[in-house]
Design a protein around this ligand. Structure first.
Ligand code: PMP
Length: 305
């Protein structure tokens, strides 16, 4: 069956039919990975559709662009308006939004000052790893692929080229029958999942690797750290050796797409009881509570469409 796409995409300042939102085959980004992007979710809340931490995501897009000297031709406000328009025009409720900026047609050299093209697409999205995964957790493995070292490619930028690493990790994991792959940093210490950050629980305290562990400091990671601390759960950022994965009471993955996904086994070893643990369940309650009104959004994270 043919894939069903939403009708409209915003590209370079105007709304276009999905099929017409195209780029040239000689666009710089297609050859060299020179794009930066975001992944953002909208949820249906009691006050209507809302985009979760839209401004924080767009600010991160600008930071990613700054690292690669890409002067984005639109302001955060203009992009926020584009995100809202794409959701409205496509009649979307719970969806995934993909703003992307790329080096377009206008030079083939690695340091070419090409035009910067931008687009915002959105499509309906439920749980990324499946509804069952949110409840029962996934089986993960430690990847044979390491993340890139901090002095090679900056993991703190959400750039297209970084996702070659993510593809190797995710594809290897799926090929071996696992739900997701976990990568070590070039130091040999724990980094992150193919597209998710990690939290481990020891004695009821949340432990997560620091920014220096070749990872993207996720907005969901920040959300969970904030919600946890607010709820009296201690959170520490620290270097974590691989074997701690097997010893933790609970391990979870988080990200915009993955939301909060428990990990029930790693490399075939059961994590804790093999079920979502107390801290994971509490974080899920607090996180999903933001969208149905059970958790008061005192931070202004829900930005109405
Ligand atoms: N790490 C990587 C490599 C990712 O791609 C993502 C998803 N954007 C995350 C972590 C989680 O980030 P966020 O919570 O901002 O979606």
């Amino acid at each position: 069956m043919a894939q069903q796409y939403p009708e409209w995409i915003w590209q370079n300042g105007s709304i276009k039919p999905w099929a017409e939102a195209t780029t040239h085959v000689m666009s710089h980004a297609l050859h060299y990975g020179s794009s930066v992007f975001e992944g953002i979710r909208s949820y249906v809340t009691p006050d209507g559709a809302a985009i979760f931490r839209l401004t924080d995501h767009l600010n991160r897009l600008y930071m990613s662009a700054k690292i690669y000297d890409m002067a984005l031709p639109y302001t955060v406000d203009e992009l926020a308006a584009a995100c809202r328009e794409v959701i409205r025009r496509n009649g979307l409720g719970a969806s995934y939004l993909r703003p992307v900026a790329w080096r377009g047609l206008g030079g083939f050299g690695l340091s070419a000052e090409t035009p910067i093209d931008m687009a915002v697409a959105a499509w309906p999205m439920g749980p990324y790893l499946g509804a069952e995964a949110l409840q029962n957790g996934i089986d993960a493995c430690v990847s044979s692929w390491q993340r890139f070292a901090p002095n090679t490619i900056p993991a703190g930028a959400k750039a297209g080229g970084n996702y070659l690493s993510g593809q190797l990790i995710a594809r290897e994991a799926r090929r071996l029958g696992f739900g997701e792959g976990i990568a070590l940093a070039s130091t040999g210490l724990l980094s992150e999942g193919a597209g998710e950050n990690l939290f481990l629980v020891f004695d009821g305290v949340l432990h997560t690797p620091p920014a220096s562990a070749s990872l993207l400091t996720g907005i969901t990671r920040n959300t969970l750290m904030t919600l946890a601390r607010e709820d009296g759960i201690e959170v520490v950022e620290r270097d974590i050796p691989r074997e701690y994965l097997y010893l933790a009471e609970e391990v979870l993955m988080c990200g915009t797409a993955a939301e909060i996904t428990p990990i029930r086994s790693i490399d075939g070893k059961q994590v804790g009881t093999g079920k979502a643990g107390r801290v994971t369940l509490r974080l899920q309650e607090l996180f999903f509570g933001l969208f149905d009104g059970r958790t008061h959004d005192k931070w202004g994270w829900l930005e109405q469409v």
